[in-house]
Design a protein around this ligand. Structure first.
Ligand code: DAS
Length: 363
């Protein structure tokens, strides 16, 4: 008896399903049309806008050739992710970025993130100084909206060009509410990096970018996956604001090496540098024959910041050099070019060396 009831029940359930589908289950298409996030692409040039003579030219090409509208049109799938529009802010190779261009770009980003209709920003950028721009924006853009910097290592004309997918991933990250509040981000080679941590570590591979503390996450097939959060102050939690910065002071980097000449510090002073970043050997070491010179640099009111030419690790204060005694600052884990950016931003507020050292611990 139970068996027959079971069979009858099963048949009735099957009939109900057929009727439901036949009468027109509420169509998924009846859902309210969801408006797509609005993402603005600010183009500055670089290889992602580059063009070479042949598909085999993955390293020989001209950067900064392709306009932003063509970049966007070259990835029609962007329209599945967001409403995307472009602005051509610059059209340069990024080794030609200047402080003036950094400030100009920062002010445009700041204007756009204040627009309630804009959900995220993508900045297409050359890879050479991409890490500097990303860190600068991480310090001065007072918004939790995603700002994603992206480049490519091969021009779009090359075989296995990486720019299309990098741009697609950058728009996915910029459009994703999960990307908010993580600081300025860099999307390269499927990874999502903090603009603070990331650096160009290889100058000839598509996997050029890395962070010694690891990426924050990945972007895969139109989705973001997050595994860690930034530990240092940024964006809405920063004491710096692009709206109160008009110019950046000159900060020079002197590269340390065996038998180095101390003339380089004199040249830095002549350039009007307000700080000298010493890209020292090892743990930011200074040769014994250069200590007096660096002390004289400090005595002239110029900040001395000990960074290291070694890619990974971090400089320890008062380890091989008596920083307290000489009134020097250590760059923590920041490479020389990032230490330069942080020093320039900090010195817009005329900080003491004690406050400058706090800033290097916190950002
Ligand atoms: N010269 C490089 C630059 O514009 C090209 C690139 O890799 O983007 O940064």
């Amino acid at each position: 008896m139970n068996e027959r009831f079971f069979q009858l029940g099963t048949a009735l359930r099957a009939l109900a399903v057929v009727a439901w589908i036949g009468l027109g289950a509420p169509s998924v298409h009846a859902q309210v049309a969801v408006t797509k996030p609005q993402v603005v692409v600010l183009a500055t040039g670089g290889t992602i806008a580059g063009a070479g003579a042949a598909a085999t030219n993955s390293a020989s090409y001209q950067a900064a050739k392709v306009p932003v509208d063509k970049l966007i049109a070259g990835v029609p799938e962007l329209a599945d992710v967001a409403q995307v529009r472009g602005e051509q802010v610059f059209q340069i190779a990024s080794e030609s970025f200047t402080n003036e261009k950094l400030v100009q770009l920062g002010k445009r980003v700041s204007q756009l993130v204040r627009d309630p209709a804009v959900n995220g920003i993508v900045i297409t950028h050359g890879t050479d100084t991409l890490e500097e721009t990303a860190f600068f924006l991480n310090l001065v853009i007072r918004s939790d909206k995603p700002v994603v910097v992206v480049g490519s290592m091969r021009p779009g004309t090359a075989m296995s060009a990486d720019g299309m997918l990098n741009l697609y991933n950058a728009v996915v990250v910029a459009a994703d509410p999960a990307s908010r509040g993580k600081g300025v981000l860099v999307a390269m080679s499927d990874e999502i990096h903090s603009g603070r941590d990331v650096a160009k570590r290889i100058n000839i591979k598509t996997s050029a970018f890395g962070s010694q503390w690891g990426p924050l996450g990945m972007s895969v097939e139109g989705k973001t996956f997050w595994f860690r959060l930034p530990a240092k102050r940024h964006t809405v939690n920063s004491e710096f604001d692009i709206e109160s910065i008009e110019t950046l002071p000159e900060v020079a980097i002197v590269y340390g090496y065996g038998n180095m000449t101390t003339e380089l510090y004199d040249a830095a002073l002549r350039s009007g540098a307000k700080a000298v970043v010493n890209a020292g050997t090892g743990n930011g070491s200074v040769p014994n024959y250069a200590v007096e010179k660096l002390k004289s640099v400090r005595a002239q009111g110029v900040q001395v910041i000990r960074s290291s030419r070694v890619a990974d690790g971090f400089v320890i204060r008062n380890a091989e050099q008596p920083d307290d005694k000489y009134d020097w600052v250590v760059a923590h884990d920041l490479n020389p070019q990032k230490a330069k950016i942080l020093a320039a931003v900090a010195l817009t507020r005329g900080v003491s060396s004690q406050d400058l050292q706090r800033i290097f611990w916190e950002y």
